[in-house]
Design a protein around this ligand. Structure first.
Ligand SMILES: [Zn+2]
Length: 263
Protein backbone atom coordinates (compact mmCIF):
# COMPACT_ATOMS: atom_id res chain seq x y z
CA UNK A 1 0.00 0.00 0.00
CA UNK A 2 1.17 3.49 -0.84
CA UNK A 3 2.69 5.23 2.21
CA UNK A 4 0.38 8.24 1.99
CA UNK A 5 -2.65 5.97 1.88
CA UNK A 6 -1.30 3.96 4.80
CA UNK A 7 -0.85 7.11 6.90
CA UNK A 8 -4.32 8.36 5.97
CA UNK A 9 -5.92 4.98 6.67
CA UNK A 10 -4.36 5.04 10.13
CA UNK A 11 -6.01 8.41 10.72
CA UNK A 12 -9.39 6.80 10.10
CA UNK A 13 -8.54 4.02 12.57
CA UNK A 14 -7.58 6.68 15.13
CA UNK A 15 -10.87 8.51 14.55
CA UNK A 16 -12.78 5.28 15.08
CA UNK A 17 -11.12 5.02 18.48
CA UNK A 18 -11.26 8.68 19.53
CA UNK A 19 -14.63 9.69 18.10
CA UNK A 20 -16.81 6.58 18.27
CA UNK A 21 -19.92 8.75 18.41
CA UNK A 22 -19.46 9.92 14.79
CA UNK A 23 -22.05 8.32 12.54
CA UNK A 24 -19.63 6.55 10.18
CA UNK A 25 -17.63 5.26 13.17
CA UNK A 26 -20.80 3.95 14.77
CA UNK A 27 -21.78 2.11 11.59
CA UNK A 28 -18.37 0.48 11.14
CA UNK A 29 -18.00 -0.31 14.86
CA UNK A 30 -21.40 -1.90 15.06
CA UNK A 31 -20.67 -4.06 12.06
CA UNK A 32 -17.08 -5.08 12.70
CA UNK A 33 -16.18 -4.33 16.35
CA UNK A 34 -17.77 -4.25 19.76
CA UNK A 35 -19.17 -0.71 19.76
CA UNK A 36 -18.55 -0.38 23.53
CA UNK A 37 -14.85 -1.11 22.99
CA UNK A 38 -13.57 1.14 20.19
CA UNK A 39 -9.97 0.30 21.20
CA UNK A 40 -10.50 -3.09 19.58
CA UNK A 41 -9.77 -1.48 16.23
CA UNK A 42 -6.08 -1.79 17.20
CA UNK A 43 -6.15 -5.36 18.48
CA UNK A 44 -8.72 -7.17 16.36
CA UNK A 45 -6.78 -10.16 15.09
CA UNK A 46 -9.07 -11.36 12.34
CA UNK A 47 -11.10 -9.29 10.04
CA UNK A 48 -13.34 -11.45 7.92
CA UNK A 49 -13.96 -9.84 4.56
CA UNK A 50 -15.77 -6.57 5.02
CA UNK A 51 -16.26 -3.51 2.88
CA UNK A 52 -13.31 -1.96 1.01
CA UNK A 53 -13.20 1.00 3.42
CA UNK A 54 -13.13 -1.33 6.43
CA UNK A 55 -10.36 -3.44 4.90
CA UNK A 56 -8.42 -0.25 4.15
CA UNK A 57 -8.68 0.96 7.76
CA UNK A 58 -7.93 -2.45 9.24
CA UNK A 59 -4.83 -2.92 7.10
CA UNK A 60 -3.54 0.62 7.71
CA UNK A 61 -3.86 0.69 11.49
CA UNK A 62 -0.42 -0.81 12.20
CA UNK A 63 1.33 2.59 12.12
CA UNK A 64 -0.68 3.36 15.23
CA UNK A 65 -1.09 -0.01 16.91
CA UNK A 66 2.66 -0.64 17.14
CA UNK A 67 3.19 2.59 19.12
CA UNK A 68 0.34 2.65 21.58
CA UNK A 69 0.45 2.85 25.32
CA UNK A 70 -2.29 3.27 27.91
CA UNK A 71 -2.66 6.38 30.02
CA UNK A 72 -4.01 5.03 33.24
CA UNK A 73 -7.26 6.41 34.55
CA UNK A 74 -9.68 4.80 36.87
CA UNK A 75 -11.33 2.00 35.00
CA UNK A 76 -10.66 -1.43 33.65
CA UNK A 77 -9.35 -1.25 30.13
CA UNK A 78 -5.55 -1.37 30.38
CA UNK A 79 -4.33 -4.86 31.18
CA UNK A 80 -1.67 -4.97 33.88
CA UNK A 81 0.54 -7.70 32.41
CA UNK A 82 -0.29 -7.80 28.72
CA UNK A 83 -0.55 -4.18 27.59
CA UNK A 84 1.91 -1.36 27.32
CA UNK A 85 0.99 1.32 29.83
CA UNK A 86 2.78 4.37 31.14
CA UNK A 87 5.00 4.14 28.05
CA UNK A 88 6.71 0.86 28.94
CA UNK A 89 6.74 -2.54 27.32
CA UNK A 90 4.19 -5.03 28.71
CA UNK A 91 5.21 -6.25 32.17
CA UNK A 92 4.74 -9.92 31.25
CA UNK A 93 7.64 -9.62 28.81
CA UNK A 94 10.05 -8.89 31.68
CA UNK A 95 9.42 -12.30 33.28
CA UNK A 96 10.73 -15.70 32.20
CA UNK A 97 8.40 -17.41 34.62
CA UNK A 98 5.11 -17.07 32.75
CA UNK A 99 3.41 -19.58 35.06
CA UNK A 100 3.91 -17.15 37.93
CA UNK A 101 2.53 -14.29 35.83
CA UNK A 102 -0.52 -16.37 34.92
CA UNK A 103 -1.08 -17.33 38.55
CA UNK A 104 -0.95 -13.73 39.76
CA UNK A 105 -3.18 -12.60 36.93
CA UNK A 106 -5.74 -15.27 37.79
CA UNK A 107 -5.77 -14.40 41.49
CA UNK A 108 -5.57 -10.57 41.38
CA UNK A 109 -7.12 -9.72 38.01
CA UNK A 110 -6.12 -8.74 34.49
CA UNK A 111 -6.39 -4.93 34.68
CA UNK A 112 -4.08 -2.25 36.09
CA UNK A 113 -6.91 -1.03 38.29
CA UNK A 114 -7.01 -4.46 39.97
CA UNK A 115 -3.50 -3.87 41.33
CA UNK A 116 -4.05 -0.38 42.75
CA UNK A 117 -5.36 0.43 46.20
CA UNK A 118 -8.23 2.87 46.07
CA UNK A 119 -6.91 6.37 46.72
CA UNK A 120 -8.41 9.85 46.98
CA UNK A 121 -8.89 11.42 43.55
CA UNK A 122 -6.32 14.14 44.18
CA UNK A 123 -3.49 11.68 44.81
CA UNK A 124 -0.86 11.35 42.15
CA UNK A 125 1.09 8.55 43.77
CA UNK A 126 -0.10 5.01 43.45
CA UNK A 127 0.04 2.44 46.20
CA UNK A 128 0.23 -0.96 44.63
CA UNK A 129 -1.36 -4.02 46.12
CA UNK A 130 1.05 -6.64 47.25
CA UNK A 131 0.61 -9.49 44.82
CA UNK A 132 3.14 -11.96 46.10
CA UNK A 133 6.16 -12.30 48.30
CA UNK A 134 8.36 -9.29 47.50
CA UNK A 135 11.29 -11.28 48.86
CA UNK A 136 10.98 -13.89 46.15
CA UNK A 137 12.82 -13.14 42.91
CA UNK A 138 9.66 -12.52 40.86
CA UNK A 139 8.06 -10.37 43.54
CA UNK A 140 11.22 -8.32 43.92
CA UNK A 141 11.47 -7.76 40.20
CA UNK A 142 7.84 -6.68 39.98
CA UNK A 143 8.29 -4.30 42.90
CA UNK A 144 11.26 -2.66 41.16
CA UNK A 145 9.33 -2.32 37.93
CA UNK A 146 6.37 -0.80 39.73
CA UNK A 147 8.51 1.69 41.65
CA UNK A 148 9.38 3.25 38.28
CA UNK A 149 5.72 3.47 37.45
CA UNK A 150 4.48 5.05 40.67
CA UNK A 151 4.04 8.55 39.31
CA UNK A 152 0.76 7.94 37.59
CA UNK A 153 -1.86 10.61 37.74
CA UNK A 154 -4.65 8.70 39.36
CA UNK A 155 -7.86 10.29 38.26
CA UNK A 156 -11.47 9.57 37.59
CA UNK A 157 -11.14 9.60 33.81
CA UNK A 158 -11.28 6.48 31.71
CA UNK A 159 -8.12 4.65 30.73
CA UNK A 160 -7.16 6.01 27.33
CA UNK A 161 -4.74 5.05 24.59
CA UNK A 162 -2.06 7.47 23.52
CA UNK A 163 0.16 7.32 20.45
CA UNK A 164 3.71 7.46 21.80
CA UNK A 165 5.25 9.02 18.70
CA UNK A 166 3.52 12.39 19.14
CA UNK A 167 4.05 14.52 22.24
CA UNK A 168 0.34 15.23 22.33
CA UNK A 169 -0.41 11.50 22.28
CA UNK A 170 -2.67 12.06 19.26
CA UNK A 171 -2.01 10.43 15.91
CA UNK A 172 -0.80 12.82 13.18
CA UNK A 173 -0.81 11.82 9.51
CA UNK A 174 2.45 13.61 8.76
CA UNK A 175 4.26 11.91 11.64
CA UNK A 176 2.79 8.54 10.70
CA UNK A 177 4.00 8.97 7.15
CA UNK A 178 7.52 9.97 8.26
CA UNK A 179 7.68 7.08 10.70
CA UNK A 180 6.77 4.54 8.06
CA UNK A 181 9.10 6.09 5.49
CA UNK A 182 12.05 5.84 7.88
CA UNK A 183 11.15 2.30 8.79
CA UNK A 184 11.10 1.23 5.16
CA UNK A 185 14.42 2.99 4.60
CA UNK A 186 15.90 1.25 7.67
CA UNK A 187 14.74 -2.18 6.60
CA UNK A 188 16.27 -2.04 3.12
CA UNK A 189 16.53 -5.55 1.81
CA UNK A 190 19.96 -6.85 0.84
CA UNK A 191 18.83 -7.89 -2.65
CA UNK A 192 22.37 -8.36 -3.95
CA UNK A 193 22.80 -11.32 -1.58
CA UNK A 194 20.06 -13.39 -3.26
CA UNK A 195 22.33 -14.95 -5.87
CA UNK A 196 25.67 -14.44 -4.14
CA UNK A 197 27.92 -17.53 -4.27
CA UNK A 198 28.63 -17.34 -0.56
CA UNK A 199 24.94 -17.61 0.35
CA UNK A 200 23.24 -20.99 0.65
CA UNK A 201 20.95 -21.40 -2.38
CA UNK A 202 17.85 -22.08 -0.28
CA UNK A 203 18.57 -18.98 1.83
CA UNK A 204 19.05 -16.93 -1.34
CA UNK A 205 15.76 -18.16 -2.79
CA UNK A 206 13.96 -17.43 0.49
CA UNK A 207 15.41 -13.91 0.49
CA UNK A 208 14.34 -13.42 -3.12
CA UNK A 209 10.78 -14.52 -2.32
CA UNK A 210 10.70 -12.25 0.75
CA UNK A 211 12.08 -9.39 -1.33
CA UNK A 212 9.18 -9.72 -3.75
CA UNK A 213 6.63 -9.93 -0.94
CA UNK A 214 5.61 -13.44 -1.93
CA UNK A 215 5.93 -15.28 1.38
CA UNK A 216 2.61 -16.88 2.24
CA UNK A 217 1.97 -15.07 5.49
CA UNK A 218 -1.48 -14.83 7.03
CA UNK A 219 -1.85 -11.28 5.70
CA UNK A 220 -0.95 -12.34 2.17
CA UNK A 221 -3.23 -15.36 2.24
CA UNK A 222 -6.08 -13.11 3.27
CA UNK A 223 -5.41 -10.82 0.32
CA UNK A 224 -5.78 -13.88 -1.88
CA UNK A 225 -9.19 -14.53 -0.35
CA UNK A 226 -8.08 -17.41 1.88
CA UNK A 227 -9.55 -17.08 5.33
CA UNK A 228 -7.07 -17.92 8.07
CA UNK A 229 -5.95 -16.39 11.37
CA UNK A 230 -3.25 -13.78 10.88
CA UNK A 231 -1.38 -14.21 14.15
CA UNK A 232 2.36 -14.63 14.61
CA UNK A 233 2.78 -18.22 15.83
CA UNK A 234 5.83 -17.24 17.88
CA UNK A 235 4.76 -14.19 19.86
CA UNK A 236 0.99 -14.48 19.25
CA UNK A 237 1.12 -10.88 18.04
CA UNK A 238 -1.48 -9.47 15.76
CA UNK A 239 -0.94 -9.71 12.00
CA UNK A 240 1.45 -12.19 10.41
CA UNK A 241 3.52 -10.07 8.03
CA UNK A 242 6.91 -10.72 6.46
CA UNK A 243 8.50 -7.71 8.16
CA UNK A 244 7.09 -8.84 11.47
CA UNK A 245 8.51 -12.32 11.58
CA UNK A 246 11.83 -11.33 10.01
CA UNK A 247 12.51 -8.13 11.95
CA UNK A 248 9.97 -6.91 14.49
CA UNK A 249 8.91 -10.09 16.29
CA UNK A 250 10.55 -10.32 19.76
CA UNK A 251 11.88 -13.75 18.78
CA UNK A 252 13.34 -12.43 15.53
CA UNK A 253 14.95 -9.60 17.50
CA UNK A 254 16.53 -12.13 19.85
CA UNK A 255 17.97 -14.00 16.88
CA UNK A 256 19.35 -10.80 15.37
CA UNK A 257 20.83 -9.77 18.73
CA UNK A 258 22.49 -13.15 19.06
CA UNK A 259 23.84 -13.02 15.52
CA UNK A 260 25.14 -9.47 15.88
CA UNK A 261 26.71 -10.45 19.20
CA UNK A 262 28.67 -13.16 17.39
CA UNK A 263 30.16 -10.76 14.86
ZN1 LIG B 1 5.88 -12.43 16.41
Amino acid sequence: MNLHNLALGSKLAWKMYKYPQKIWCKILSRKYLDSTKPERIFTLANSKGGSPIWRFIWESRRIISEHLTWKIGNDKKARFWRDSWNGDTPLAEAFDDQDWVNQVEASVGPFVADYMHQMPKSTTLIIWKKVGDWNQANGKKLEELLINKKKIHYNCEEDSLIWCVAKSGMYKVQLGYELQRHREKDTKWPGALCWNKSVLPKAGVFLWIALHGRILTGERLKLSGISCPSICTLCKGDGEMTEHFLFWCPYAKQCWDWLLGCL
